[in-house]
Design a protein around this ligand. Sequence first.
Ligand code: PMP
Length: 439
Amino acid sequence: MSHEQNADLFTRAKSSIPGGVNSPVRAYGSVGGTPRFLVSAQGARVTDAEGTEYVDLVCSWGPAILGHAQPDVVRAVQEAAARGLSFGASTPAETELAELIRERVSVGGVSPIEKVRLVSTGTEATMTAIRLARGFTGRELLVKFAGHYHGHSDGLLAAAGSGLATLALPGSAGVTAATAGQTLVVPYNDLDALRAVFAEHGENIAGVIVEAASANMGVVPPKPGFNAALAEIAHAHGALVILDEVLTGFRVGPAGFWGLQAAAGEHYVPDLFTFGKVIGGGMPLAALGGRAEVMDHLAPLGPVYQAGTLSGNPVAVAAGLETLRRATPEVYAHLHRTADTLAATVSAALADAGVVHTVQRAGNLFSFVFAAEVPENYADVQAQDVYRYGPFFHAMLDAGINLPPSVFEAWFVSAAHDEAAVAEIIAALPAAARAAAEA
Ligand code: PMP
């Protein structure tokens, strides 16, 4: 299929933007071909510059939980914009959003989040949470898990998943050895390895940062009990737990993945949470939150500095508030059913075509791994038949389905993925599965 206009736009973009993109995964590096330049999105669908419509399973990488351009969210944004785009001062709505986050992330009326600070991106949220963990404990080292992505701040790019997995980069140039040396990388789902790191460095570890469920190396859920044991080990050594729910928060359920686990009887208390994506409803908004004792170390109360010209931006807060209010239990039930249907039908199509794979789930997030064994960590997912994904992706795209352009990403559904959208996806599967088989 020719995509001349998209190709022309890409060529033009490449002459003024590095790689033609403002975030690497958009360049289709691992699947090849011409990235689609999008001009509009509505409900479950996106439209490219050529006027071609696609059923979208990227959903802006998570934020579009209600579907694209949900009318109430758009109206809230328009009304907020008409009142002023940015004040650089406090607004009543910021407090409402902080209260709503605290209310939602609770079990039995008790929330591990007493205070919330709003920022603009997930990267800022995790960066600030780490600085805060260091400032609070007076320690320097940070533990992260291989394959976990927490944004692009210097200390977090060691063995990060997502775009770095796609590009097969071990980390990033431009990060000093001194900074990289303060991050200890541990294999995911491996408590013995975590214990060993704490046995050796425990007194110097400020915190452990972990995706509540990994979704940036494809979906790899924590083993039952892993998150709770991790918290126990960290706390026994006086280190903080930073639960990164930028991707999972308010997406997999009303109280994020932490809430799903608590409801299933795995209760643990992270010291800090990070949020993004859904809480901004598609606008640049993210947050960190946790118990007051820790959060009050932030300036102006405490010595840990953090600030932002656009932090708590009124238009972004309006989008976030409206999105969270409309992300009802019914919405989450719909997302879960839709994920069930798609995970099962994709798997059946792959099996019919003889493609060896496993289905990965974390709440309503899902992805597929081209390997026989269920992966538990980054090394496992990297060992799959990655080459099968490109042909699968392009067969789906040619049939009008927009998947994440990398096998190391989760698939996202929304409240707007109705029967018609799901039927279109299902109809495209057999040919795509055959393409994966023939790869
Ligand atoms: N943490 C996690 C778990 C993420 O998935 C992401 C983004 N995909 C980030 C942090 C960084 O967020 P942002 O892209 O808004 O900086």
